[in-house]
Write a protein that binds this ligand. Sequence first.
Ligand SMILES: *Cc1c(COP(=O)(O)O)cnc(C)c1O
Length: 378
Amino acid sequence: MRLPSPRIEIDLAKLEDNTRCLVTQLAHRGIEVTGVTKAVLGLPAAAEAMLAGGVTRLGDSRLDNLTRLREAGIEAPTMLIRSPTPAEAEQAVAVASISLVSEPSVMLALAAAAGRAGMVHEVILMVELGDLREGVLAADLLPLARKAATLPALRLVGIGTNLACRNGVDPGEAQMAELAELAGMIRTELDLPVPLISGGNSANLTWALRADTTEHASSGITDLRLGEAILLGTDPVHGVPIDGLHTDVFTLVASVIESLEKPSMPWGERGFDSFGGVPTVADRGLIVQTIMSLGRQDVELEGLTPPPGITVLGASSDHLVLETPTRLEPGTELRFRLGYGGLLRAMTSPYVAVVQVSEKLFEAAEVPPLAGQGPLRQ
Ligand SMILES: *Cc1c(COP(=O)(O)O)cnc(C)c1O
């Protein structure tokens, strides 16, 4: 069978392994995992792999993705991890079990929609702890919680925070202790159980997986919402692989369309390239320049790792330009690792097919199709 190209290959067995590894380690610290599927656009097969690996629920920032999960017949609890707009309240209560919220009017809309549907919708109130994305300031949390507690058809089940995503603020002991303390305050003041203390995302793992486990068993944090770490096997704060996780769940495969010996130095008057940049180029004489049928519309260069011996020189919308040791026959497939941004963009590109592979097929295809190929002569 000829596989489509370009494509993303997903190894679901490795995805499940990664999930189980994190779920097991965090369970020792009293933390459940919400498996976040937004980078794979709520791909049902990826969600199933996360569930098989032990996540408590699934999370996604987009209602369309949660809808996709529900339409695939997945009945696990779901968390809408980006606040809906008031207009989206109806769809939110239909496809999400829990919503993360920070605005009274959104809570009102959710309560009304849940009431109309004859359901109870659960909410987690988001608290701003310094990264300056979503959430109310700590001083405004109790009034918001009071409001939530009075709304029929709404159940206040927890509080949460999100760090690192916007300003790179590193989630650590101080913020987690503050969040746990705020939950304690709500429990006391409102006499509510508030069981879900959702401490953050993959950037929280450095804190959560620290060696001194006993301290964290009582940290008060009961949930982390994990996407990147499960999917890529890396710690986003330090960009390094996490012990025991596969970093090759995803492989981007594309095909050669041109591979010619050319000077490395452009000639002629130079202005901006197609994205407003002026690339600096060193003259390295003649090189083999190889073009893949892939471009910025499909992938981000940051974090794009070509096979050994090959370097990425640049890209325009539809042409990824590489330097290869030898000329490659058009149609030759090359395999790339992706960073988070690249994964997100490739999954979102309508031009990139998504293919699920078994571990075996994946390993058989791992060897880049370069070996033994001498330079082609025209
Ligand atoms: C994207 C997101 C996550 C998951 O982040 P990862 O870095 O992929 O683990 C968790 N919570 C919120 C609110 C998010 O927007």
